[in-house]
Design a protein around this ligand. Structure first.
Ligand code: SAM
Length: 248
């Protein structure tokens, strides 16, 4: 019996490729890659020859492809799953094969490595002992605001992925919903030559986005609500006794 290996790939700096990733790229029987051209480009930069069969494995086909790949695992193959950058399954393909492997009782493991979530969290300077990862915010303004409202009383540090095209609107909505004074960090181009971390209040970062629009890839890390903010944002909860008193 073989195994499925989810492997992290660099998020900008090729030197972050682990020795294990390199060995797996050389030795895996099948490499399931989000974008096969990007896989070969990475292998090229690493000076690695991919000996196994390479198949496209992305958001649109991962459900259909997983069982076929797992059939190969059953016959002894090592199937390496890689996305374009960072950890598969973190806003990237991979979860479908993990789920099916669990259902079919087949082994699945990780060759861990870079992921923008943890990189940004650690560099933000905000509490790291508890945090929540919120991925990408909804694209539509009304849905984004509604979603952010559900996070107003969240006490943990909150990590969002964001894109160049929506950063301006996202910052306006963050300011609107969380207010000007919460601390946050905008972490861009992590591990790359032009890595930049902007730290400040939501109002300051919003202004910096207007003054100097950030380019490249970015992650937003926002401080959790203080106790007072959480209390103020939480819907008032009434106990049965309170309700009984009110109804008298
Ligand atoms: N699987 C990836 C991971 O583990 O981080 C995330 C893939 S998701 C499709 C792409 C998003 O990750 C980008 O829009 C950005 O928010 C974030 N990201 C990836 N690489 C980054 C980098 N070098 N610097 C900042 N953000 C990055």
């Amino acid at each position: 019996q073989g195994t499925v290996v989810l492997a992290a790939t660099p998020i900008g700096n090729t030197a972050d490729a682990s020795a294990r990733l390199i060995a797996l790229l050389e030795r895996a029987d099948i490499v399931a890659a989000e974008d096969t051209r990007r896989l070969y480009a990475l292998a090229n930069r690493l000076g690695v020859h991919v000996n196994g069969r390479v198949v496209a494995y992305h958001d649109h086909n991962e459900r259909d492809k997983s069982d076929g790949l797992l059939d190969q695992v059953e016959t002894g193959a090592t199937v390496l799953v890689v996305s374009d950058a960072g950890m598969p399954t973190i806003n990237d393909p991979g979860l479908a094969i993990v789920r099916r492997a669990i259902e079919r009782g087949l082994p699945v493991t990780c060759a861990p490595g870079p992921s923008a979530v943890l990189d940004a969290l650690c560099l933000s300077g905000l509490p790291t002992d508890r945090f929540c990862y919120e991925g990408f915010l909804p694209r539509k303004h009304s849905e984004r605001v509604q979603y952010l409202r559900t996070l107003r009383s969240e006490r943990r540090t909150i990590v969002f992925y964001e894109t160049l095209h929506r950063i301006d609107d996202a910052m306006a909505d963050l300011l609107d919903v969380f207010g000007p004074n919460r601390k946050m960090a905008l972490c861009r181009e992590l591990t790359k030559d032009f890595e930049q971390i902007r730290r400040g209040t939501i109002a300051q970062i919003r202004q910096s986005v207007i003054d100097e629009p950030p380019r490249g890839e970015m992650v937003l890390v926002v401080a959790g609500a203080s106790e007072e903010e959480a209390d103020a944002a939480a819907p008032t909860s009434l106990s049965i006794e309170d309700l009984a008193v009110l109804s008298i």
